[in-house]
Design a protein around this ligand. Structure first.
Ligand code: MG
Length: 452
């Protein structure tokens, strides 16, 4: 099982009522305020019931260091990122357990460009946290907390600037939306309304009571799939609790998979403008096939939004993202944003005059198998050695964990930095090939675990 508290360079995650205590949160807020050198800090949260407790604990810490705090309250993670830039802040804190179940909450830290801290910045913040050498502002150095409620409006207007609004409006699309009662519940219907869509809402009450696990994967979206079928809408959209990830359901009620959110949009964007696509090593190979068709380059990074974002900036990429449904459009900002993903998909439908299942079936076909299992770190070198022997003729990629590339398939084995688990992703033209690649590794690890 996962640990109940994870404090790592990419953020802090814990269970409310157990490990994620106000004391810990205030200390983290104080550490971040010190790291921000008492600058302007934007704070936003998703709809989780624990959000108010977490926010007030974090604010106490931030205020104590002399930071000027801008409290956005409930907003999506990409909206919070956008506000850091819009308000010229030094950084921000996103309070969201993202796709994790209701009992979890988490902090993620943003820098001045609205992007999450990278590894070295995260390490610097952790050093401050562990050393406890915090800035203590005197009474006359304490600043106010300002509330700002312009987030949705600013975010929507920035997203609308990237698409042909009148073209989309003319189609009068009918769409279904499952926001899982999360942070996307309020802003997403407003965006869809601006785009002239009729919206069939499913779980769009921003009360943080998740009707299903918020991860936008097949097993959690059955209700959306049947609603799409029943209401004859053009497309179904699903977001996780902080609305950075987007999954699609076709007009036939079929779950298209988060992997294909980015693949579809890479196909759309590259057709209009050739350029670099950035994604992580675990995302579908369909992206490479699509880029090759448009004589464009794909850069593969380590898993993690910040790694993709930083590579996109350097390469001046036209689109990027991750296989988990995270779309990054640099015209809006360098963070995963389901709202920009939705607007672009609708523009794609409008321009192509095709249905989403027609657009989807024209893409290169791959089957991906995603698994995770417990695996103590001391076993990993043994697994690595076994893989090197078993696949000695194949091409190994060591960007992040072990990726082995074959002519029309691959497998990626990645140990977690925060938990004693290993993630195994495999992909092939045929489902059974992908399954076999993956199950061979799983059985070998199980065999090692039994011997322990
Ligand atoms: Mg998320």
């Amino acid at each position: 099982m996962a640990n109940n508290l994870m404090i790592g360079i990419s953020g802090v995650r814990g269970i409310v009522g157990e490990t994620l205590t106000p004391e810990l949160l205030t200390r983290l807020g104080t550490a971040f305020g010190t790291f921000m050198r008492s600058g302007k800090v934007v704070v936003g949260r998703d709809t989780r019931v624990s959000g108010a407790m977490v926010k007030h604990s974090v604010l106490a810490g931030l205020i104590s260091t002399g930071c000027l705090v801008i409290d956005l309250d409930v907003c999506t993670s990409p909206s919070c990122s956008l506000m850091v830039e819009e308000l010229g802040a030094s950084g921000g804190i996103v309070i969201s357990g993202s796709h994790n179940p209701i009992e979890w909450n988490a902090l993620k830290f943003l820098r001045a460009d609205g992007v999450f801290l990278n590894d070295s910045e995260g390490r610097e913040l952790l050093n401050i946290y562990y050393q406890g050498n915090f800035k203590k502002a005197k009474w006359n150095e304490l600043k106010e907390v300002r509330e700002d409620r312009t987030t949705d409006e600013r975010h929507i207007s920035k997203v609308l600037k990237t698409v042909d609004v009148s073209l989309i409006r003319k189609q009068h699309f009918k769409v279904a939306l499952d926001s899982c009662n999360g942070a996307g519940s309020g802003i997403t219907p407003k965006l869809l309304d601006e785009l002239g869509c009729e919206v069939v809402k499913l779980h769009c009450t921003p009360n943080g009571l998740f009707p299903h696990n918020p991860e936008p994967i097949f097993v959690n979206l059955q209700e959306l799939c049947s609603l799409v079928k029943k209401t004859h809408v053009d497309i179904g959209f699903a977001q996780d609790a902080d609305a950075d990830r987007l999954a699609l359901v076709s007009e036939k009620g079929e779950y298209l998979g988060e992997e294909y959110s980015l693949a579809l949009l890479a196909n759309f964007i590259l057709k209009k403008k050739r350029g670099v696509v950035v994604t992580n090593v675990s995302a579908t190979r369909a992206i490479d096939d699509i880029a090759a068709k448009y004589k464009s380059k794909v850069i593969r990074t380590r898993v993690g939004e910040v790694n993709v974002a930083e590579a996109m900036k350097v390469a001046n990429a036209v689109i990027g993202g991750e296989g988990n449904g995270g779309i990054i459009d640099p015209r809006v900002h360098y963070v995963r944003d389901s709202l920009v993903g939705i607007a672009l998909i609708l523009e794609y439908l409008a321009e192509s005059k095709k249905t989403i299942s027609e657009l989807y079936s024209a893409l290169p076909e791959y089957h991906i198998v995603k698994q995770k299992m417990e695996c103590p770190s001391e076993i990993i070198p043994v697994v690595t050695k076994w893989l090197k022997q078993k696949y000695h003729k194949a091409k190994f990629d060591w960007t992040d964990g072990i990726k082995i590339n074959f002519s029309d398939s691959w497998i990626h084995i990645r140990p977690s930095n925060t938990e004693p688990i290993i993630r195994i992703f495999s992909e092939a033209k045929l489902q059974k090939t992908a399954q076999k690649l993956s199950s061979d590794v799983v059985s070998y690890i199980n065999h090692l675990l039994k011997k322990q």
